[in-house]
Structure formats: C-alpha cells, structure tokens
Design a protein around this ligand. Sequence first.
Ligand code: URP
Ligand code: ZN
Ligand code: ZN
Length: 471
Amino acid sequence: MSLLIKGGRVVTAADDYVADVYVDDERISLIGLDLEVNADRVIDATGKYVLPGCVDPHTHLDMPFGGTVTIDDVESGQISAAFGGTTCHVDFIIQPQGETFASALATWRAKANGKQVIDMGYHMAVTDLEHGGSLEELATLPDQGITSYKLFMAYKGALMVDDLTLFRTMQVASQTGALVMVHAENGDVIDQLVREALEAGNTEPLYHALTRPPEAEGEATNRAIQLARLASAPLYVVHVTCKQAVEPIALARDRGWDVWGETCTQYFFNSLDDIAKPNFEGAKYVYSPPVRDSSNWEVLWNAVRTDALSVISTDHCAFLWDGQKTLGKDDFSKIPNGGPGLEDRLKMVHEFGVRAGRLSLNRMVELLATNPAKLFGLYPRKGTVAVGSDADLVVFDPEKEVTISASAHHSKSDYSLYEGTKVTGAPEVVLLRGHVLVENDELIASPGIGQFVKRARFGEELRPAAETAHA
Ligand code: URP
Ligand code: ZN
Ligand code: ZN
C-alpha cells in the first residue's frame, strides 16, 4: 500500500517547509516538492501541518494501583492516544514484589496481546531486588528492548524503593546502557505529613497536595541527580512540577551532566484551585506529584522553552471519578493517584504553547515527539519525518476548533482535566506505519495493528525493521 500526502507543511524539530511525502511499505520513502509518483491513495494536506506521530514516554495502562486498576486498558488507552496524534508510547511494567522481571514482562505483554492500536515499548519499574528480581536479571532487559529502568522514591509501603536499590539500579544502568527514570518525591517525609494530616482530621482531597510539598520533590530530585552522577548513570526525572525540582535539573544540565527532565500537560493548567473544589470534585486532580501553586506554570513553560526540561508527556493514569476516586471519599490518602490525558497533549500544547506564542512549532514537535524518541531509543524510526523513518504521521488542521470534554474523548475515564477548554488545531488524519488509524474523528484501523518495539540502548539509534518484534 502506498500513500502520497500532498502539499502539507512538514514540521520536524529542525525544519518547516512545504512538500509532498510519499509512503511505501510502512516507511517514508520520498519527500519533495510536486512529486510525480503513483500512489494507492492521495491525501491533500494543503493548509495543514504534517507532523511526526507524537511519542508519549509516560503512560500507565491496565495497571494495578491504589487498590484498583487504571480504567484504560491497552485498547482504550491506545485508541485515545491515536485520536490525539500519539502513535507510539512507552508504558510502565510494574514488577510485582517477589516476582521476577521476566514474569512481570510476560504479564504486561499478555495485557497488550491483540489489543494494540499504536506501537509501544516498556520501561521496567523496579520495586524489589531482594526477592524475585535481581541485579543480574535487570542487566538482561536491554537485550530484550527494555532499555529504561524506573524507580519510585515515593509511595511508601507500595512502590517506593530505598536509596540502596536506587543506587544499585543506577550502577547496573551505567553498565547496560539503560536510562534510569525516577519519580522524585521524598516518600518518608510525605508519609509522615499524611499521618499528621489525617490525625488532625484533614481528610479532603486538598490535603493530598498539602502533604506533598514542593520541597519534597526538590530534595528527591537533587538526591537522584547526585546518586546518578556517583553511579555514572544517565538520569531522566519524570513529571517535574515546580521550581524546586526544575532548578537542580537546570544546574546539572548546565554542568553538562547526563540529566533530563520531563513535565506533563496537566502541570501547566491545573492548580491548587482545582484540587480544592468542593463535593469531592477535587479528587479528579489527585495525582503525584500534586498540582502546585499556579506560579509554577510560567516556571514550567520557561523550562520547556529553554530545554531545562526536554519532554512533555501525559502520565496518563486514568481512573473513574465515580467508582474509583471515591475509594478515598473519607480519606484523601486512599484516592487512587492519577488522571487521564493521553488524547489531549498535542491539542493543549499547540493551543497554549504555540498559539499563545510560548513555543515554536519546531519546539513543540521536539518536546512531544523527537526528544522522547531520542531519549528512549526510538529515533530515527520514530519522532521525525525523514526518508527511512516509519510513516507515523499526523496531518494536523491548525484551523479546526475543538472543545475538550469527557463526553468527546476516547478514554474510559468519566472526566477530563481540561473540561470545556476550547482549542484551535487538531489532528485530521493519523497514520501508523502508513496505515490510517484515525480520519475525521473516526477510528479506521482495528486493534492488532500496533507492534511492540524493541528499543535501542540509551544514546543509540533505532534503525528500521530488523529490531522490531511483532506483538
Ligand atoms: O499520580 C500519578 N502520577 N499516578 C501514576 C503513577 C506515577 O506516579 O507516575
Ligand atoms: Zn510518578
Ligand atoms: Zn506515572
């Protein structure tokens, strides 16, 4: 099947020009002006942007968490992603305590089997190196295309690891070419503050934010940076929310250290005003690290503009408000942490980043597609529009007006973090390896088309086909 996308404005992290893009056998095989080629299908992209499919390096689909399971499985989560212009994501396998990494990987692969709509890879979240998982087994994961290890410095009594586990994992990563990812919050301090709040009778969702102060994020971020430096491991700090965490990352990067940071769409838009909403509505905004004072919004925009932070992800970890968030009706510490957003990232960043004059189009592509692809061993197969790359493409209509709402999104979550927000600009056609996934707000492709991608080691490029295993 061949496809010609005619006359669109091709935007990559580096370029911006009008051209035709010819796709053959799942890849981009020619880019040029007024191409004279025969194609099975022609898409007229005049007046539209042709962007690389976005890459989301931070999602939680079908994941047991907080006494329940995230509401989006691989199928609903990936359909939602496709509608939002995301064609590849990297999801977290959580090692159940006492289990081997091989067993955890088998469980997560089974959850995806036959359901995939977009391409995907996995990070391995290390929870237990004493029983089940071992350092030796951890070292084998990059050979299987799992080239990032994740550690939680918070969620005491559940996913949190101690500094020794963190440091030992970093030492393995420095040998195996894996990237270490951290959820950086001081879990011990938070645990104590949560106890004190509950003892004082403070059970409302707002106390989720008040017991996880920005200093707890700043301290853990700095600790992880120093430990990674000591272990000579590359470090990626996920979901950075505030000045206290941006500053140590910016300093490390100024020094030329191998440190990168990510923030997520919601941290530019949600604030303490949201989590303080009455009648338990605030529970919709319970995620970790928590919403911050809105003074942090401009700090984050500035950080993504200056490359102190290099990626915007979604941390899509969706629950129902009615039925799952309500587990914490009388105790904020029992509200499952996480929110939806896989579908909204490109539209929101385009509206409030590009259209608002905070980011260039090139920088938006870099933050949503190119940098995540480069950092997580997917580039140049993913994350750019280039000859030889997978034909993962978004024909984006910059004039289309959309109102973001739970009634229109494809996640199973019963609420949106951006309910009622009006944006101009949305995907019109979304292609995965040349196959039309979504066109004019309709799902065209069937589940099963997505593949597991064996990612390259940190700092290495992913070259075509041979390294891809079919799910
Ligand atoms: O609240 C959140 N972010 N839930 C997902 C798990 C995590 O910490 O990323
Ligand atoms: Zn986290
Ligand atoms: Zn997360």
